[in-house]
Ligand binder design. Sequence first.
Ligand code: MG
Length: 468
Amino acid sequence: MAKRLFGTNGIREVVGEKFTAAFVERVAGAIGTLAPVPSRYVVGWDGRTSSPAFARLVGATLSLAGHRVIEVGLLPTPAIQYLVPRLAAEFGVVVTASHNPPEFNGIKCIASDGLEIPRAVEERIEEAVEAPAGPGAPFDRIGVVSAHASGAEEYVRGILDRVDRARIVRRQYSVVLDVGNGASAVTSPALLRELGCRVRTLNGHIDGTFPGRLSEPTEANVQDLLRAVVAFGADLGIAHDGDADRAVYVDRQGRYVPGETMLALLARDAVRRAGGGVVVSPVTTSQSLEDAVRPYGGEVVYTRVGSPNVTREMQRRHAVLGGEENGGTIFPTFQLARDGAMSAAAVLDLMAAAERPLDELLEDVPRYAVVREKMPCPVDRRAPAIEEAAQILARGATRVERIDGVKIFRTDGWILLRPSGTEPLLRVFAEAKAPERARALAEEGILALRESLRDPSLNGPAGRPRER
Ligand code: MG
């Protein structure tokens, strides 16, 4: 079996360590074998300092193999996904490490329909990486490389067509946007301006060293935004991750809205508008999603962790909405991609339609306490440890689900045990109405895992549970 390169969302490696010119050239060569020569490939990149160079290396490799390459430049990942089918490309390649720390870069691969490639295609790339490189195209078959400069504008226009623009413009919202020095700098400020917002940006310039904050829009990382929303008396705060497929929100009182609460609100709205329908989310998602959509005839379908799993299931089920608890939301009326800018427009549309601020809209969205923990465990011992722990925990369970890891339901909450997709770690998630109960459930999960591992050297401190 070929060595695994792709994690749950593409390839992510440290620049200058594994992510080198030679590595990227090999991966690009492998991606070039996916489609018959000559095919069309879209190539784009995020705001990391090394991204244009690596992306041009990808483009050059594909061109020298005989493929036609369309460079769309520095754009959010969802903008590049939007362009792949519109430019009639066979594949898209995005050089991005999304929300990872500055030392990382990575590669995401997009299929001709704009969706992230499924696992089976990743496996084809992983196998092709290990095969010797081909001789390359002769001089008269080298693929043309061209630039498509209007991608940002086309993407923004596409989003504007999906919301009631006039209704939002009338409200003249004041918005603070934390770009996080990432790729959304080229699209989100323009989108919000087109929606009639007074926009103030934080960390609004592109800088691959991420001087303003770390790229992942967690509550801890966006404290400046919380303060700025209050200081400016803004209606809304929005923060994106580095490649802007995610958006998180701050209400007018300067409170960070947990991703699972926002997902429940957006899903409830989508289900209500559609008069029912399917919502797709990974097994890690909060019970609040089901609670929010069920009264309106909505059904939640769960998948394995990873947005490619969510979008493919949405396609199969004709879902009305999908998303993750981290601010990655998928609006199928626009495209089957996690989309931070589309999310921002949808939230403003929801506020404008209801003529209510976000904090009021969230009042009746059910909330739970979620605890997320991890513990070290060698990769080969993870599966048996989870199995044994699950047997201990299954006593007193109302239901056990095995979509990704093992999820054990109790009458008043659940515990999920799963291996990390990329690291020698076990993840323990727990949820209940009361924070103390969620913490107790997580500790029960950790204890069961320790018992099944029976190795004191692996029993590092569990750390302080976080509540959200
Ligand atoms: Mg991202």
